[in-house]
Design a protein around this ligand. Structure first.
Ligand SMILES: CC(C)(CO)C(=O)C(=O)O
Length: 351
């Protein structure tokens, strides 16, 4: 079954006539946890593009040690080394992009181009705000769906992912709040993807207004991610329990919160009892979690500085929102990146 941007859906919509072909590009921690959930759904045939973990995925599968799902294996239906290798095998209903956002190193549209066919829906599972723009430009005939994912997971080795907590997933078209509601036919693929993921301990929601939710997550990422590295390689627990760093976290979060409201023209969309920037910081006080930027730094991979710090900062400048703390954080984290040479570019592809 395929979907088109203009909304012309095949008549089988809703009653799946055949298994849906889903390909995941980027088999890091997030891609692996998503793959595990999709594979559990008998309506999906899951192809995984694996690089450093190709051998492991192909033989026994990738081990997921999860506080939620137990100690289990993710064994994709098909494992390939590249999108090129996947291209001739079948046509893909859903192309799920779970790579890091590193515009200077990875051309994401190039990465998925071989597997994007007529009617493929592109599902972008990435941090940041603007990852979809180049994909829309390259694939104007395909529906590109942004998502927001909360999953506390980390890749521990080529064949093991540790999943501590949470799978909360939002997906929906990228309409601005002032736009008219997205047509049901554009929402349909989002709803279908949600159905694939649904299961015990997974919260998956199709929403007509993803931008606000993206900004809400941006506040977390733009604050905790760089400061975890700058504060001396600390997890959420250590950062939030250090009085000075706590104040810095709150200041940066407030600036990002104000930026999100200025850009969207809406009050910040909030989740799970968080009402303001400070309560957002406090909500992480119980967790010992290393933000993905710290994981990348420790593994010698490039950090998502553009997507998580530079882009919101540029939007703050454009909307005249004062962001002195974020400016400082950006300045320092770029210097850390420049003096901390990533070991390899290829290791950067999977989150
Ligand atoms: C919110 C969180 C921790 C997990 O999804 C994340 O986005 C990150 O570490 O970058």
């Amino acid at each position: 079954m395929t979907y088109t941007v203009d909304g012309s859906l095949p008549s089988t919509m809703g009653s799946l006539g055949r298994r849906q072909n889903v390909i995941i590009v980027g088999m890091g921690a997030v891609g692996t946890v998503l793959g595990l959930l999709l594979k559990a759904n008998s309506n999906c045939h899951v192809t995984a593009v694996c690089r450093s973990n190709y051998e492991a995925a192909k033989s026994a599968g990738i081990r997921v040690v999860s506080n939620v799902f137990g100690d289990t294996m993710f064994k994709p239906d098909t494992v390939v080394r590249s999108s090129e290798d996947a291209a001739g095998l079948r046509s893909y209903d859903f192309v799920v992009l779970t790579t890091k956002v590193l515009p200077n190193l990875i051309d994401q549209s190039e990465l998925i181009a071989p597997v994007v066919g007529k009617g493929s829906v592109i599902v972008v599972v990435q941090n940041g705000l603007q990852g979809e723009a180049p994909l829309r430009a390259r694939f104007p005939g395909n529906l590109v769906l942004p998502t927001v994912i909360y999953v506390l997971a980390a890749r521990k080795s080529a064949n093991t992912v540790e999943h501590k907590n949470l799978v909360r997933f939002y997906i929906g078209p990228d309409s601005a709040p002032s736009d008219k509601a997205p047509s049901p036919t554009v929402m349909a693929p989002a709803k279908q993807f949600v159905e694939f993921l649904k299961g015990p301990n997974v919260e998956a929601v199709a929403t007509p207004s993803i931008q606000g939710i993206k900004w809400f997550k941006m506040v977390w990422n733009g604050t905790f991610n760089p400061i975890s590295v700058l504060s001396g390689l600390n997890d959420t627990y250590a950062m939030t329990h250090h009085p000075q760093v706590y104040k810095l976290l709150v200041s940066v979060a407030r600036e990002l919160w104000a930026t999100g409201e200025a850009v969207t023209g809406q009050p910040m969309a909030t989740v799970n009892g968080v009402t303001d920037a400070e309560s957002y910081i406090q909500a992480s006080m119980e967790y010992h979690f290393q933000p993905s930027m710290l994981q990348d730094y420790l593994a010698g991979r490039p950090m998502e500085i553009d997507a998580l710090v530079k882009q919101p900062l540029e939007l703050a400048r454009k909307h005249n929102v004062p962001t002195p703390h974020l400016e400082t954080v950006y300045c320092l984290i770029t210097m850390v990146q420049d003096s901390h040479r990533p070991q390899s570019q290829s290791s950067s592809v999977a989150p």
